[in-house]
Design a protein around this ligand. Structure first.
Ligand SMILES: Nc1ncnc2c1ncn2[C@@H]1O[C@H](COP(=O)(O)OP(=O)(O)OP(=O)(O)O)[C@@H](O)[C@H]1O
Length: 342
């Protein structure tokens, strides 16, 4: 577990004192993909850099596993950092070194013998999907490929924790998704803990299990991603949820019901359902009903699907009842009846 207690960072400039991280407490479970989201200036980068002491804390404790990171001397910290990999928004690669030499770099520093090093580099190249690009230079790679090199390099010494500071913010949406898929794959294969710093709710939605929302150096809301999506409490959290779900206002329901003036209309609430895509087609196959999706938005999280659909159901009453019963008995989707025609 990663345990953070009373962590603060105060920057003092000639004219100003800025508290970037403010008495922060947080526990992160081993093997988790933990997201920290916040707007620019919230203190996310400072927070993540405190975890491996790229920034020295002004106050507080950080414990990773059995090691109290904040109590280590310089030598101990150098060794501990081998267990904490990090990737960056702008990759931070060595431009004069090839892909394989970039990945070998932390192994050289750790004093790993040449043959072992070469084997490990090849293993990492395969893991991140860069076979065939071993001898390319960073300038010859796409953004996504550069981040793959960054990931391979961060994993070289088998870390227990991977810190990701806006790791996909410089990438287009498609490349972002492929890098996020790779991170999930690595989390599952290697079981390491991933901490993702981001300002994009899409990143949280797609891969995180837990999320903390940061504002003014503090964590203002925290929990299971699905719970936070379902029930955002703080204004800042609501804004982030709107990034992926819209503002939740439905078209005028009265008007919708007037336009579709036949049959039953239900609102289906998906709260972590795993088989949502199949649900509508299953209902249509199993029962003599016709289903017409009138409105709605479903989004996928690591904890399942979340969102609502407004669906018109036409057919014989007993078939409609059976279809509704099926949803209630066999799925976690909640059915709210908007119009009941008997
Ligand atoms: N080295 C520094 N010296 C002085 N102030 C700093 C320093 N680093 C960060 N800050 C200040 O600390 C606050 C938090 O910055 P930080 O970069 O951690 O936020 P962030 O949430 O990561 O935002 P961004 O995504 O824009 O980097 C900001 O007000 C910033 O100006």
């Amino acid at each position: 577990m990663i345990s953070i207690k009373g962590l603060s960072k105060v920057f003092k400039t000639n004219s100003d004192t800025i508290t970037a991280v403010d008495r922060l407490d947080l526990d992160i479970q081993d093997g988790d993909i933990f997201g920290v989201i916040g707007y620019s200036g919230a203190g996310k980068s400072t927070f993540v850099r405190l975890l491996n002491r790229l920034e020295e804390p002004s106050e507080g404790n950080i414990t990773i596993g059995e090691k109290e990171i904040t109590a280590l001397n310089t030598n101990e910290l150098r060794l501990a950092r081998q267990e904490i990999g990090m990737i960056f928004q702008h990759f931070n690669l060595l431009w004069s070194r090839t892909v394989k030499d970039n990945i070998a770099f932390p192994l050289e520093i750790a004093g790993i013998p040449k043959v072992e090093r070469e084997n490990r580099v090849q293993e990492l190249i395969n893991l991140v999907g860069l076979s065939g690009r071993e001898n390319a230079y960073p300038s010859q790679l796409s953004g996504g490929q550069k981040q793959r090199v960054g990931i391979a390099r961060a994993l070289a010494n088998n870390p227990r924790v991977l810190l990701c500071d806006e790791a996909t913010s410089a990438l287009d949406p498609e490349t972002t998704d492929s890098i996020l898929d790779l991170l999930v794959d690595i989390n599952e294969k290697l079981g390491l803990t991933i901490i993702m710093i981001t300002h994009e709710m899409h990143v949280i939605r797609k891969i995180c299990k837990q999320v903390a929302v940061m504002e003014n150096g503090k964590i203002v809301e925290q929990g299971d991603v699905l719970d936070v999506f379902l029930n955002p409490k703080q204004t800042v959290t609501k804004k982030f949820v709107e990034q992926v779900m819209g503002n939740g206002t439905e078209d005028d329901l009265e008007q919708l019901l007037e336009t579709y003036n036949q049959g039953n209309v239900v609102r289906l609430h998906f709260v972590g359902e795993s088989a949502n895509q199949a649900l509508i087609s299953q209902l249509a196959k199993r029962y003599h009903v016709e289903l017409n999706i009138l409105q709605g938005k479903i989004t996928q999280t690591q904890r399942g699907a979340y969102g609502t659909l407004i669906v018109q159901i036409t057919g014989e009453t007993d078939e409609i009842d059976k279809a509704r019963q099926f949803i209630a008995d066999e799925t976690s989707v909640e059915v709210e009846v908007i119009r009941n025609v008997t």
